[in-house]
Design a protein. Structure first.
Length: 318
């Protein structure tokens, strides 16, 4: 993990590498790494810090046998770097997203069955902005819209004007609707959770109270349906921006739901999920950050990939 701090402005940029060096007790490790720099990093002299730990955390998590610890396990490299940037772009104040357009059939997909949630409690969170109304639009789904092709689905429901979620037991679809009417160009956080014992699917908007759907029957089949962001396999495409999504193999707590809705990124993208959100001990299966300030789709927690189709566009949510 690397941290650049402007010597005069205090502007902070944090970059977390997915690389894993071979750290061994008592050993010496030499490691060279290229750090991408965002276009908004203004011309200035920066102090450079390094740390070691889980890339999903805000701060490094491993204390080193070195001098220079700032109290949060960041260690000064004892050097400064001058950055020349005559035309810096606007500093992001919230986050980046991938913009999907239904007219262009844009989506991101994975055939990996690591996204299965059958046979257990589960939760899914997604943050998005609507770019159009008037048509039911799938935000993300595993499978399609029919009972025989769907495992789970979250979508803008034109019949209710709000967000809905559903799951299928292979022959029947069970749905829960949130009462809030959605509008365009507003960033929403939706979390749905499923109780595998009661077969109840619940939905929350922006960290608020959960609305429960009716109890279903049966279980989600262990299907081989495609995981799709920005569409479903039945061809219902989303128009708007999607910033991230998360899947847990537990029913998230109210604290996790609130944390997921509250955190939003920032100048250094200080990893928008707290320990309650990202730690495996809280049941997280996968987290995808669809875009950030140095490139697209960078946040797969376990190294999975989503393949974009028809070039969804990276946009700033300023």
């Amino acid at each position: 993990m690397y941290r650049f701090v402007g010597a005069s402005s205090g502007l902070v940029y944090k970059y977390s590498s997915t690389s894993q060096a071979k750290w061994l007790p008592g050993g010496t490790v030499s490691y060279a790494h290229s750090v991408p720099l965002p276009t908004w990093l203004a011309a200035e002299t920066y102090d450079i810090y390094a740390g070691v730990g889980d890339q999903t955390q805000i701060y490094p998590t491993i204390q080193q046998a070195n001098n220079g610890n700032d109290g949060r396990f960041w260690y000064s490299l004892g050097t400064q770097m001058g950055i020349v940037n005559a035309s810096p772009t606007t500093v992001p104040t919230t986050d980046y997203a991938l913009r999907y357009t239904s007219a262009s059939s844009q989506k991101s997909t994975s055939t990996s069955q690591s996204f299965r949630v059958n046979g257990t409690d589960w939760s899914i969170g997604v943050k998005f902005k609507l770019g159009a109304l008037g048509v039911t639009r799938t935000i993300l789904a595993k499978g399609g819209v029919t009972a025989g092709t769907q495992e789970f689905r979250i979508y803008y429901n034109t019949a209710t004007g709000g967000v809905s979620a559903s799951w299928s037991n292979g022959s029947t679809i069970f749905t829960v609707n949130h009462a809030t009417t959605l509008v365009m160009s507003t960033l929403y956080s939706v979390v749905v959770k499923f109780n595998n014992t009661t077969k109840v699917l619940s939905i929350s908007l922006d960290g608020g109270a959960f609305t429960n759907g009716s109890a279903g029957t049966g279980s989600i089949p262990a299907g081989s349906n495609v995981m799709t962001v920005g569409a479903d396999t039945s061809g219902n495409y989303f128009t708007g921006d999607i910033t991230d999504f998360a899947i847990w193999l537990v029913q998230v707590s109210n604290t996790q739901n609130t944390n997921y809705a509250a955190v939003s990124g920032g100048v250094s993208k200080p990893v928008r999920y707290s320990e309650l959100l990202n730690s495996t001990k809280f049941g997280m299966l996968e987290y995808f950050d669809m875009a950030n300030d140095v490139g697209n789709q960078v946040g797969s927690r376990r190294g999975l990939s989503l393949t974009p189709a028809n070039s969804p566009v990276r946009v700033a949510l300023n």
